[in-house]
Design a protein around this ligand. Structure first.
Ligand code: B3K
Ligand code: ZN
Length: 874
């Protein structure tokens, strides 16, 4: 079936704006159903032309328009634009609009939820507030005055500095804000509500005092300390590593419960999903603490990479997102374990970005065409974008990279620019030619580097051949060779890294691949070395080399790069799992034995490098394994993964028990040592339950009863998933009793249920959705039930009768009219049908077609469903 779709915007069609806006004065009269917004803009015609002023606007009521203070009526208005014909070249435009914030469930524009007003304008939400040139290359200074009832909304916030406030006789009050920095409309923010406030301060490197304010739900003040501490760390880190100092006198963060994504970097007034702010030992896991630090950092880092220098148009999104993700990754690595962080980054790429490349949504990190911009906040733009920045960091070196970033700010501070501008600055600052490298911005897909080698015993000559190719993607048939910094080393039989100063690539431990094929030769070797390839995942590519399992074990023990030791462990597990999936009746005992010997050795690392040990002792996820095969055989692959885990669990049960017992911690503290211990403890516990260890049940109950923190409580529930259903249900019941008042903890409970491997899962999901605490209006809830099920409940979602797909499709149709952005996010697993067997492909496409038939489908869903249904492999 072929369905038609709304017209896409193309990157190549970019035109400079016809008009510029230097100053905006906004007045908000807040009301839950009838908010009035009066926007007065100083506008100048950009260049010589007589085109009309065309302003964007959506889902708002136009009340009046005045040009230079005279009311006008001869404008034209449609669902998306207000068009005004004028001959003036500089003028004042006053537009009054009316909004219904409580009806706005899209959580974009101005909305009212849980008793507070809040805005979300990126990417194109400002047009749901007023008619405006809602594009990132129109930068203006904003004054904002907010009027609202004082008792219900004591805090009235917007960007910049507070410059006035007052009280009216009717119970309302007002506050006026002024942002001294030019900004695009997507960085505008307004929040009004009754919050508890946590304050702190930070002295910048130049000695300025910055007031830090964290606004949280009433009663949640104690859960804000980690976020504030993280913010201070991020501010200090950016000064130290990039020389970047905060530029306003106040930095505000507001935590809200209803939010479409993680957080938003509005100038001086970040709005956060409460999930990435609130934490205490009892209710938040170590991962939550980690994520809060990372997201607080990410939004803070945007102040320079995104706000001071922003994007010319939305196709350039990776300019700010790829760079800011790279910066938050470096920050997290510096705050905790670099190798553990690198592994996490790479897992996201392998599980999700490679899957996106293999699907109909494949796009380069700088997309070429877009229907709904919100669909392009993707793992490709963000995480592959960060990998592209990381490759430049590798090619330029730490100092070269810093010089490039310095030049970028020197040239472009206060401007809206392109990805090309960024790369040019990196090149000009270092004289390193990045012409070829730029192809990473326009070419989509996952490159594959195939490595082969030969060794001549008689002469000791060893030749390594690297061949790169990128398979065609849904959006692009033709691919070219990329500039790939490929790190590697050669290990001798003692596990030493071989050096030879006549082979510069070997000395540098890196070869820059620029053509389809490269070869290097090393002479005088007495034995064939083992190549350890793509050290630290130096490029977002797949590598193919015919490793023997002895070679993998050798790398696990000896590579000088910790990431590669982990990577080799994952290759070894993958090999076992795929071999069992393809031949379940004839297990390769020799391979399995050698894997078990390697695993056994990993326990030795638990004391000296616990973070690495924990990562190495975990087998690859189903999602990672799926990207290693051409066609996913759901049951075979899933059960093979379970069997290999069981084998590791049962064969090494004594070691797991000893490891469990060794992880002794005092009262909860979020510090690296204790985090490692809890990680190893809970990993051991889950293996003990999987291996049906006689102590398992007792350990689960004891840990559940004694845990003083959420990491250990949740560790019990996760492990209990592998044990008897009755026990799991019982623990879940107790957990719900204890935590039903806490929305963030309840999300974890919902997610655990939705992920459960059980034959009656499709009958249980409706129960979850009718739970009194479930609401389709709340994105966190939707993600925890529907998102967890679709993304991670492999057997339930992919049930061969199609019931999982149908279930998701039913709810996507419901969500379509509530929150299209969230609906378009959770449809992703259904659009990735290409790698499944023909029967499942048909079932998935059938549900997509059902969704496509909806007459009122949002642009967000039309774009994804259409692309997916029209997908043809090149
Ligand atoms: N810039 C925002 C994301 C906006 C998403 C709009 N659909 C958060 C971030 O990346 O920091
Ligand atoms: Zn971001």
């Amino acid at each position: 079936m072929t369905v038609s779709s709304p017209v896409a915007k193309k990157r190549s069609d970019y035109q400079t704006p016809d008009f510029l806006i230097s100053h905006v004065d906004m007045v908000f009269h807040l009301d839950v159903v009838k908010t009035r917004v009066i926007t007065t803009s100083q506008i100048t015609r950009n260049g010589q032309h007589d085109r009309p002023l065309v302003l964007d606007g959506e889902s708002i009521k136009l009340v009046s328009v005045a040009l230079n203070e005279d009311a006008i009526h001869d404008y034209s208005l449609n669902d998306e634009q207000l068009s005004i014909q004028t001959t003036e070249s500089t003028f004042t435009l006053c537009v009054e609009t009316e909004i219904n914030p409580s009806e706005n469930k899209t959580l974009e524009g101005l909305y009212f939820s849980a008793g507070a007003y809040c805005t979300q304008c990126e990417a194109e939400g400002f047009r749901k507030i007023t008619y405006f040139l809602d594009r990132p290359d129109v930068l203006a200074k904003y004054d904002v005055t907010i009027f609202a009832d004082k008792e219900r909304y004591p805090h009235l916030l917007s960007n910049g500095n507070q410059i006035g406030k007052g009280q009216l006789d009717d119970g309302r009050h007002w506050v006026k804000w002024q942002d001294p920095f030019n900004k695009p409309s997507y960085l505008f923010a307004l929040v009004a509500g009754d919050f508890d406030l946590l304050t702190d301060n930070f002295i910048t490197q130049s000695g300025r005092n910055v007031l830090l304010e964290l606004y949280v739900d009433k009663g949640a003040l104690d859960k804000g300390h980690h976020a504030i501490a993280s913010l201070k760390k991020a501010m200090a880190w950016d000064e130290e590593v990039f020389g970047l100092e905060y530029d306003l006198d106040i930095y505000m963060v507001v935590a809200v419960d209803f939010f479409n994504m993680g957080a938003m970097e509005n100038k001086g007034l970040n709005v956060f999903n409460s999930k990435f702010v609130l934490a205490d030992a009892q209710s938040a896991t170590d991962d939550d603490f980690f994520n809060i630090e990372a997201v607080i950092g990410h939004e803070y880092f945007h102040n320079w990479t995104g706000n001071r220098v922003t994007c010319r148009d939305w196709f350039q999104l990776s300019l700010k997102e790829g760079l800011t993700v790279f910066r938050d990754q470096q920050f997290s690595a510096d705050m905790s374990s670099p190798v553990f962080n690198r592994i996490k980054n790479v897992q996201i790429i392998r599980e999700h970005q490679f899957a996106e490349d293999a699907s109909a949504m494949a796009h380069p990190i700088r997309p070429e065409e877009v229907i709904e911009m919100n669909n392009f906040y993707t793992v490709t733009v963000y995480d592959k974008g960060a990998e592209v920045i990381r490759m430049m960091h590798t090619l330029l070196g730490v100092d070269g990279f810093r010089k490039g970033v310095d030049l970028y700010f020197e040239r472009f501070d206060g401007q809206a620019v392109t990805c090309d501008d960024f790369v040019q600055a990196m090149q000009d600052a270092t004289d390193i030619d990045l012409t070829h490298f730029r192809l990473w911005y326009s070419q989509s897909g996952t490159p594959k580097v195939t490595v082969t080698d030969t060794f001549e015993q008689s002469s000791g000559r060893y030749t390594l051949t690297f061949t790169q190719s990128t398979p065609p993607t849904a959006d692009q048939a033709q691919k070219h060779a990329l500039h790939i910094p490929f790190k590697f080393e050669l290990l001798d039989q003692q596990g030493m890294s071989i050096s030879d100063d006549s082979v510069p690539e070997l000395e540098a431990k890196m070869i820059e691949l620029t053509q389809a094929k490269h070869e290097i030769t090393v002479s005088g070797l007495s034995e064939k070395p083992t190549p350890s390839l793509l050290l630290n995942f130096s490029a977002p590519v797949k590598v193919d080399y015919p490793y023997s399992h002895q070679q993998l074990s050798h790398i696990i023990l000896h590579s000088s790069d910790e990431f590669s030791r982990w990577d080799a462990s994952q290759s070894l597990y993958s090999r076992c799992i795929h071999s069992l999936a393809t031949a379940p009746d004839s297990p390769d005992e020799e391979l399995f034995d050698s894997m078990l010997v390697a695993v056994s050795g990993m326990f030795e690392l638990a004391d000296s490098n616990p973070a690495l040990a924990a990562a190495m002792l975990s087998v690859p996820s189903f999602e990672t394994l799926s990207q290693q095969v051409d066609e996913i055989q759901v049951e075979a692959l899933y059960h093979a993964q379970r069997s290999i885990r069981n084998l590791i669990a049962t064969s090494l049960s004594e070691k797991w028990l000893a490891l469990y017992n060794k992880q002794i911690t005092g009262p909860y503290q979020y510090d690296a040592d204790d985090v490692d211990k809890r990680r190893l403890r809970n990993l051991s516990l889950s293996y003990l339950v999987q291996g049906d260890s006689p102590q398992a049940s007792e350990l689960l109950l004891a840990q559940f009863a004694s845990a003083d923190n959420m990491t250990d409580s949740l560790g019990v529930l996760k492990a209990a998933q592998y044990g008897p259903v009755d026990q799991f249900d019982h623990l879940m019941f107790q957990f719900e009793e204890r935590w039903r008042h806490d929305p963030l903890v309840l999300d974890k409970w919902f997610a655990l249920h939705a992920n459960m491997e059980r034959s009656d899962i499709l009958a249980r999901l409706p129960l979850l959705l009718s739970h009194e605490k479930f609401s389709l209006d709340n994105p966190n809830r939707v993600r925890s039930v529907l998102g967890s099920f679709a993304f991670y409940n492999v057997l339930g979602f992919h049930a061969i009768d199609g019931s999982g797909y149908q279930f998701l499709a039913d709810y996507i149709l419901k969500l379509n009219s509530v929150n299209p952005q969230v609906a378009a996010r959770i449809i992703t697993p259904l659009t990735q049908w290409q790698k499944f067997d023909p029967k499942r492909q048909e079932l998935m496409r059938y549900q997509l077609a059902r969704i496509a038939d909806c007459k009122t489908l949002s642009k967000d869903l039309i774009e994804k469903v259409t692309k997916s249904l029209n997908y043809t492999a090149h």
